[in-house]
Ligand binder design. Structure first.
Ligand code: TXA
Ligand code: MG
Length: 309
């Protein structure tokens, strides 16, 4: 299955304009969007109908590009040297001033990055010159697609374009390794095994249900602001900041509005950035207006509840 230059150009243009393209990787098909754009990333969550904002994998064209967004230490560089391009994802600390969407990291200080090996994915990344966030191109709770027809069945209508690169050769999602721990931890097993990784960098652990780092999806770590969040606020208490949704409540000394028009996708795009912005002022308490528990609102409320703990 070869893709024409015209199709690649069209896909790159769609991605550059903040819309979504499904593309083949050697593992599974990805649902791609511009990883620099909160808006594009929130479209991915909306398309997948994910009830939670799990952090997404960012696909890049080169190690140099990875280094622009994440700190690669010696071990990470060794692994990248051996397994990239390929089905290995490294969880790394975001660089200072990292321009990636905070939503792509679900508010964490880390980001998961890989260089895929599939020729179509590589050609697309080379052409688009952007980091591309791409979870597997299926609706939440369904199995990952390994053929373009699977993607079509799952996402027709919500994805602007599907690049057909034939059947994925690996068929299993990439191995995810958290490199931010003293001993790196395999968060998701894949075709690159513990032994293969240990051959290069020495000891690594595997996350199990009772290990301190929960396996992905059940990720216990999450964005925790220093400020106290007061959810479903109906009024603003003295000295509080306000995270508004729709027409803002009165009386806040600081305010951010997730979506004046009550658009849930816009609210998702703004969530982590606005929370951080308010938190960085050192304010003690943030009143958060009610968000409807429907569509992307379920994921927004899930994140707010975790951040409020
Ligand atoms: O093979 C793959 O990796 C495919 C193709 C499209 O590249 N992508 C994929 O992405 O499976 P996704 O978003 O479905 O899976 C991302 C996994 C999740 O299990 C998530 O919890 C974990 O990586 N992850 C992402 N960012 C993380 C972070 N900052 N810390 C810990 N885990 C992270
Ligand atoms: Mg998936």
């Amino acid at each position: 299955m070869t893709i024409s230059q015209d199709e690649l150009k069209q896909a790159a243009t769609i991605l550059q304009s903040g819309r979504l393209v499904a593309f083949p990787t050697e593992t599974v098909y990805g649902l791609g969007g511009n990883a620099l754009s909160d808006d594009a990333v929130s479209r991915i969550y909306a398309a997948k109908e994910r009830p939670q904002f799990n952090p997404l994998i960012v696909h890049v064209a080169s190690v140099t590009m990875a280094g622009k967004y994440a700190d690669l230490d010696k071990k990470a560089i060794q692994l990248a040297g051996v397994f990239w391009p390929g089905p290995l994802t490294l969880v790394l600390n975001r660089t200072k001033g990292c321009e990636l969407s905070l939503l792509v990291s679900a508010g964490l200080d880390t980001v998961a990055i890989r260089i895929p090996a599939h020729p179509t994915a590589r050609a697309l990344l080379d052409m688009v010159k952007l980091p591309i966030a791409a979870p597997s191109a299926n609706r939440s709770g369904r199995v990952s697609p390994t053929e373009a027809a699977h993607v079509k069945a799952e996402l027709e209508g919500v994805v602007e374009m599907i690049l057909d690169g034939g059947r994925c050769t690996v068929g299993l999602e990439s191995t995810v390794v958290d490199m931010t721990e003293k001993t790196p931890v395999i968060l998701r097993p894949g075709s690159i095994t513990q032994e293969m990784i240990e051959d290069i960098i020495g000891e690594v652990d595997i996350a199990t249900a009772d290990s301190p780092i929960k396996s992905p999806g059940m990720l216990e770590r999450h964005y925790a602001p220093a400020a106290q969040l007061r959810l479903n606020a109906k009024k603003v208490e003295p000295g509080e900041a306000l995270l508004a949704f729709g027409k803002p409540l009165e009386g806040a000394i600081l305010e951010e509005n997730l979506s004046p028009a009550k658009n849930l996708q816009e609210a998702a795009a703004n969530l982590f950035r606005m929370l951080r912005k308010l938190d960085e002022t050192g304010i003690a308490s943030i009143a958060v207006m009610p968000i409807p528990e429907k569509g992307l609102g379920v994921a927004i409320n899930d994140r707010l509840q975790r951040a409020a703990k």
